[in-house]
Structures are given as C-alpha cells and as structure tokens.
Design a protein. Structure first.
Length: 447
C-alpha cells in the first residue's frame, strides 16, 4: 500500500488553509469544472520526472487521495528512479504513448522544457484531462491564447505552476495593494538577477547522445539539429536557447509579475518597449530593461500604469531605490510606488512598507497560507476551485512573453492589440507570436 508523507489530519488541515487562502484571491478564481466525486481517488500522471518535474511529483504524491499511475520522460534514468518509491507506476519515454494507453487518467502535470508545454497540455485537454502546467504556460503567445480558450470552453480544471501565488507572502502583498495601504499605485518596478541568456554563438560540434536519452523526443516540435552535450541543452541550459526556453523573463517573470497582475487586476498591455540587448541567432540576451504600459484599473493612480522589468545586472534607477531607504535589495522582487507610500515585495518574503516611520504602527492583515498543488488536486476532486487557472495565468503569461518579443526590436515601442493578437505598428514582430511545428508533431488547434 502506498505510504504518504503526512497524516489525513494534516492533509485536512492543509486543505482548509488552501480553501481559506483561495478566498483572498476570489476575483481571480477560474470557472473550472468540478470534475470528480469528492470522495474518489484521482488517477494522475506526470510528463517529466527530473528537475522541476521531480519537485512537482513530490508535492502531488503527498496527497492522500491521489494515485500516481504513470510517468513519461525522454530520459529513462530520471523516470525509472521513481520506480523505487512507486513500484507499480508505469514508465513511458514518449508522452504520446502514455496519453494513448492511460485512458483512465483524471489529471496530469506538464513539467517539461517550455517548447513542449502547449502541445502536451493541448493533447491532454482534448482527451478531457485536467492539467497543471509549469510556467510559462507556453513558449509562444499564440499557444497561450489557444490553451486558454480551449480550457475555458471545455470547463477543465487548470493551474499554472506559479506556486508562490498561493503563499501567504504573495497573498499579503495583494491584500495590501487592494486595501489601499499605500494608496493608488503610480508605477511598479520588477527585477530578477538570473541570467538565462548567452551571448556566444552555437558551438560547431556534435556530441554523442547519452544512453537512455531520446534526443528526437526531447526536440519534439522543434526543428531537428545535432545534440550538444555538457548541459548545453539537457538538462540545464535549455532556458537560454530561443527555440526551447523563454529566457529569464519567461522563467522568473511569471513568478514576479504574478502579484502585480493579481493585486492590480491588470488586463493586456497596450505597448511594450525593450531598452536592452537583442538576442543573437540562437540565444536570449541578458540584462533586459522592458517597459510596459497597461490600462489603468481601480487600484492605479492614473488612466495608464507603467510596469518596468529588469534582469541580469540591471536594477531600478536610484530615485526608485531611494524610496526603500537603506533596505537590502533582494535578488528578485518588485517595488510598488503608491500615492501614500511604497511597498517592497521580495521573491519570496513578506512585503515591507515605506517610509518605515510612517508605517511603524501599521498592523499587517492576517492572510492564510495556501497550497498550490492541493488546490489543483482538490478542484479536480470537486472541492473548490483554482486561483491560477488559465483564465488568469493565460493573459498574464501573454504579457510576460511580450517582453521577449520586444527584446528582438530594441528601442522600438510596439503597440499591442490583444484582441487581434498582433502588433499594430511593427508587422514584422508578429512573426514571433507563433512558430511552425516540425512535421509529424502537429497538434490540432496549435499548428
């Protein structure tokens, strides 16, 4: 019999916390199908076994009413390692074979490199499966839009893997902004010191493919090319490569922009402009500075709102940093500038309000901790709803990915028409909203 990492009593306590936390973000709850009987164990599979997938699996398999029945991973070593803990789990190398044979599945998580998120998730949803998809939701904006539309139409339970969304720290930041603790918001600055870019050209070599690793399956929808070892692609540095990852912005922007979108109830931006370096033929660049203009909301001080992103060695300018006095700047985070104060939100820690003297007696509201994974699994079982379903995380991901497109056109303001999913003034930028899938890898609705 399968053993779980915590007792039923502890599970019920965690589920109660998740339910309480869900109420905090009520405006963003998705209208998902409450699919399964509340008392039934759900049958779950994982697409991916190592790296982030391993972390996701640790969380999913802690749930006392979930049975892990199958794993697919292009690296058999990563997948087979799970047999020690779950001897009955069925292992596949090709996710398409898993979906074809495991027809009884209720749900699955997609924890692969970015370029395969959309084809796997769409294929699963077309079979009626509920999906938890790692961030960013997809590699390209067209894919994100299609996943969002399909999930909404079919009323499937969905969740994007921005697990900090459910923590007390991010929920507290949302509460503070929406309660008006620092007044109406004038500007937001967000950053991350990671460097998922590479200025070097593609190495001119071909290395042996490791035993047990299927390079063709790993490439999936991407064009064929020689394998390069030393972690150039797998398992460590694919985020730097244009065809497979989405750079620092796609990786960390989905986390750090989340409380900004959530708190301010943002819609699609009207324009985006990159002041940083552009990618080369193969790789994303580092040290981005990207300016967004969003329509104002009831939480903003004006009819438009500026949000600026920095990564690598770039940070907000001195006049912005002066607003948080001598506070240590975290490696990743955001600064909300309001009409009555400033909020520093580290990734991941409790927010701090400035000037400190002004907020010395301020009583922080109490916000419950949530569990992002439990929230998804319980929604599949018919208990509650998710708060980072595709209706919310899809539009947010679209905005984040616009920063990557803008980086290809430095010092050019791109006017964005979200409804039409195209740029108004730079038609050549529209070529980067959608890619062509490799022959044999077409997926209905995406290619």
């Amino acid at each position: 019999m399968k053993k779980y990492n915590f007792s039923r009593r502890e599970f019920l306590h965690r589920a109660a916390l998740a339910a309480a936390g869900a109420a905090v973000s009520a405006p963003f709850i998705t209208r998902n199908l409450l699919a399964a009987s509340p008392g039934r164990t759900i049958l779950h599979a994982s697409i991916g076994a190592g790296g982030q997938a391993s972390s996701d699996l640790q969380h999913f398999t802690c749930h006392p009413f979930v049975k892990l029945v199958a794993i697919a991973d292009v690296d058999t070593g990563s997948a087979n390692a799970w047999k020690e803990r779950f001897p009955e789990v069925r292992i596949y190398q090709d996710w398409r074979e898993l979906l074809d044979k495991e027809k009884q599945l209720d749900s699955l998580n997609v924890s692969t490199p970015d370029h395969m998120h959309a084809p796997i998730a769409m294929s699963a949803m077309q079979l009626g499966k509920h999906v938890y998809v790692q961030k960013p939701l997809a590699h390209d904006l067209f894919e994100v839009r299609q996943l969002t539309r399909f999930a909404h139409k079919k009323k499937l339970v969905t969740q994007m893997g921005i697990q900090i969304h459910s923590t007390a720290e991010y929920r507290l930041a949302v509460r503070l902004v929406q309660d008006g603790a620092i007044g109406k918001i004038k500007d937001v600055h967000a950053w991350c010191g990671k460097k998922w870019g590479d200025p070097d050209p593609l190495p001119d070599r071909q290395d042996p493919v490791p035993d047990g690793f299927n390079w063709d399956l790993w490439l999936g929808t991407a064009a064929a090319r020689p394998f390069i070892g030393d972690s150039y692609y797998h398992p460590g540095n694919w985020r730097k490569r244009l065809d497979f990852g989405t750079g620092t912005f796609g990786d960390m922007g989905c986390h750090i922009y989340d409380p900004i979108f959530n708190a301010l109830e943002l819609t699609a931006p009207t324009s985006v402009r990159s002041e940083g370096p552009e990618p080369n033929r193969w790789n994303w660049a580092n040290d981005a500075t990207v300016h967004y203009v969003f329509p104002g909301t009831k939480h903003s001080a004006a009819k438009t709102l500026n949000v600026t992103w920095y990564d690598g060695s770039k940070r907000p300018p001195p006049d912005v940093l002066a607003l948080i006095s001598d506070a240590k700047l975290p490696g990743c985070g955001s600064i909300f500038i309001g009409t009555q104060g400033t909020m520093l939100l580290p990734h991941i820690a409790r927010p701090t309000l400035f000037p400190k003297a002004q907020f010395a007696d301020f009583q922080m509201p109490k916000v419950e901790e949530g569990n992002h994974y439990t929230q998804f699994l319980e929604a599949v079982r018919g208990n509650g709803k998710t708060t980072a379903g595709f209706d919310y995380s899809g539009p947010m991901t679209e905005a984040v990915l616009l920063g990557g497109v803008a980086s290809r056109f430095p010092k050019t303001t791109l006017q964005w028409n979200s409804r039409a999913l195209k740029f108004k003034n730079v038609p050549e930028a529209n070529a980067y909203l959608r890619r062509t899938y490799r022959a044999g890898w077409e997926v209905k609705g995406l290619s």
